[in-house]
Design a protein around this ligand. Structure first.
Ligand code: NAD
Length: 248
């Protein structure tokens, strides 16, 4: 095992207020393509064009067709060992919270309890008029675009490009980052703000920065203290085993 794993495991063993910040890469091994990875549904529906608030408001029927196809393409996905490793760290008392940019609910499905979602959750829809929230279901395909009983337009409960992030998520994650002693960054390209600012805030507050990614990012070149290179479904379980080993 190399030095990066030893340093990362030692930091986590001492940690009292560790947080994880995850992006699309943590779900790649579950079969959900990342935006910047090749292939998958994003080739057919470039997110910068389709997943925008103006695309939704101007052409809600086209948007909903894209959204139903997206749901079909990720139907039945399961958490992978990277999600399980983060849930295990929380259970061991070594991780306070996961802050995620993902909308796939896989951290919760793996057993993580405190999950702060920056971009909402694709499992839910919301009425733009009355605010009623419900689970996404096949019934929504009966009329396109779907409308609420109040006749308002229904939208997936996710943050589209051009929308505000939830103020609650921003305040909670900023408070966690300012007090963090360790931050584990997993599978994020450091390109999407303000989520990319959280690890920087934590570093400024004195946190030890662990990063798990298949390739170096802007974080690696600036703030990372221990870089675990490779698929997170392999690197994170190894790290958890080392933390357990050191604790026993
Ligand atoms: P991104 O697509 O920009 O970057 C993904 C990162 O993951 C890259 O740095 C890549 O090297 C890394 N990666 C790929 N496979 C990996 C693996 N097996 N293990 C470790 N790292 C791996 O994703 P982003 O930074 O999260 O930002 C894009 C936006 O896309 C986010 O805002 C998010 O909301 C959205 N998104 C979400 C999902 C999802 O919910 N699963 C999927 C695609 C995109």
């Amino acid at each position: 095992m190399n030095d990066a794993y030893e340093k990362a495991a030692a930091a986590l063993r001492r940690a009292r207020r560790a947080i994880a910040v995850t992006g699309a890469g943590v779900s790649a091994e579950s079969g959900i393509p990342t935006f910047r990875g090749a292939g998958g549904i994003w080739t057919k529906y470039p997110p910068e064009q389709y997943a925008t608030l103006s695309a939704f408001l101007d052409h809600p029927a086209d948007f909903w067709q894209f959204w139903h196809e997206l749901q079909d393409s990720v139907g039945g996905v399961q958490p992978n060992p990277a999600h399980a490793a983060l849930a295990a760290l929380e259970q061991m008392g070594r991780l306070q919270a996961v802050i995620t940019q993902n909308i796939d609910n896989l951290h919760q499905n793996a057993g993580s309890r405190r999950v702060i979602e920056y971009h909402g959750n694709a499992r839910y829809v919301v009425c733009l008029d009355c605010g009623r929230r419900a689970e996404y279901s096949l019934d929504l395909r009966e009329t396109t675009p779907p409308h609420c009983v109040c006749r308002g337009l229904i939208k997936p409960d996710v943050v589209l490009f051009g929308e505000m992030l939830s103020p609650d998520a921003l305040v909670e994650s900023d408070a966690l980052a300012n007090r963090a002693d360790v931050v584990i960054i997993v599978g994020t390209s450091a390109q999407v703000y303000p989520a990319a600012a959280i690890p920087v805030t934590a570093k400024r507050a004195g946190a030890f920065v662990i990063e798990a990614n298949i390739e170096p990012t802007d974080f690696t070149r600036s703030i990372t203290d221990a870089f675990l290179e490779g698929p997170a479904g392999e690197t994170l379980p190894k790290l958890v085993e080392m933390v357990k080993g050191e604790e026993s």
